[in-house]
Design a protein around this ligand. Sequence first.
Ligand code: FRU
Length: 471
Amino acid sequence: QNPDAAFRLGYHLMAPSGWINDPNGLVFYKEQYHVFYQHHPYDETWGPMHWGHAVSDDLVHWRHLPVALAPGDAFDQSGCFSGSAVDDDGVLTLIYTGHNVVNQETDELYQNQNIARSVDGVTFEKSEANPVIPAQPVGMQRDFRDPKVWKEDGSWKMVVGSTEAGKGQVLLYQSSDLENWEYQGILAKHNGGNEGYMWECPDFFKLDGKHVLLLSPQGIEPEGNRFHNLYQTGSLIGEMRDGEFVRGAFTELDYGHDFYAVQTFLDGKGRRIAIGWMDMWESPMPSQQEGWSGALTLPRELNLSPAGKLRMKPVEELQLLRVTEEQLKQNEISGTFLIDGQSNQLELEFDIDLTISAANIFGVNVCCSSDGSERSTIQINRSKGTITLDRSYSGIGVSGARTAPIEIGESLHVRLFIDRSSIEIFINEGETVMTSRIYPKESSTGIEFFTEEGTMKLRSAHLYQLKNSWL
Ligand code: FRU
């Protein structure tokens, strides 16, 4: 693989080469951050799933470790699918799905849950007790995967993704030793609406005194917009009432084109941190021409807004990436204002004064080519209360615009991270987040603020060049 490949990211988690999808086994273990991921080391397309592995002291600088899990045992013949990790009294324990294809032609397969342990955090041994959950509860369909395990009130709990009659659901299990699991029931299930046919990668945790249920539903309509991340929050969600677990309404977590299979974990500082796959199953992946595919998002700290909205904010350590800081002098924009971003590995942060801004539509084009043929547009529509990320001219392979709701108050805070082939937009402390892949030319480094009829007043604007973060 060519290390100068144009789309290779500078400060995001990627595999050394080959394919990656979901983040797996996020865990803070012996004072280090471990991230595993679905990985096909021998090809830039999906295949027999391994668990890739990287480690960090600060969530910013990463080091690759050897592949942690490879498929091929009797219980994970065709793949080590997604799962989670826990620190079990100093033993780093991975809990993952065994994927077993029985007959490719007839599409016969089964899935089960397994564990693997490590005392050094580098080499893992699959347990002799595998599979620790050999099959889904009697009568349920075969999709049974992505165990997320945590400790609560002295016992281990697990949520697993599942489906029933073509509609998604989440199952709950409990164990005292990570090997013997007891089925507790259906934690949440579809309510008949457009919520997907399979709920992948569930996560369930307490945040700011409320329950949060997070999942990646497969099969949301309309076609072409099928994979999302959904969440619901509430004080009773997941609690048993009259023999049924309570659920609420779902909201989308990230409104970009490329965000899926998010997982969270608690770190040593008590922060709940989320990392997602920065692609989706349907995404175009032009980097495959460079021999690799897939990356993970920047780590984001979660909190709940007073109204119960799940907010994602880039972790504060990401400031360590900044190598230069430039303050933009221009504070009133009418029409267009162009600067050279100098690279496509940068952070742009600005605050728009909405008490006096006159324009209804304004925003910024990033990764602009000098001939005007390339740009990625972030447009705010004040009267509609929306932000749109349009990648119709974002380079090769990608297209389409996504729109998300934003709060229109006295000001609007925008923080953008661009890393060659990715863009992550955080509005107002992470109340609205959009993550997308873009594939511009390396020379497309222009940044253009714009307004349509009227002015936009910037209270402040900063541009930071960001460094590579791989050790
Ligand atoms: C989600 C997913 C999981 C599965 C894994 C396989 O993207 O489909 O449900 O475990 O990817 O790679």
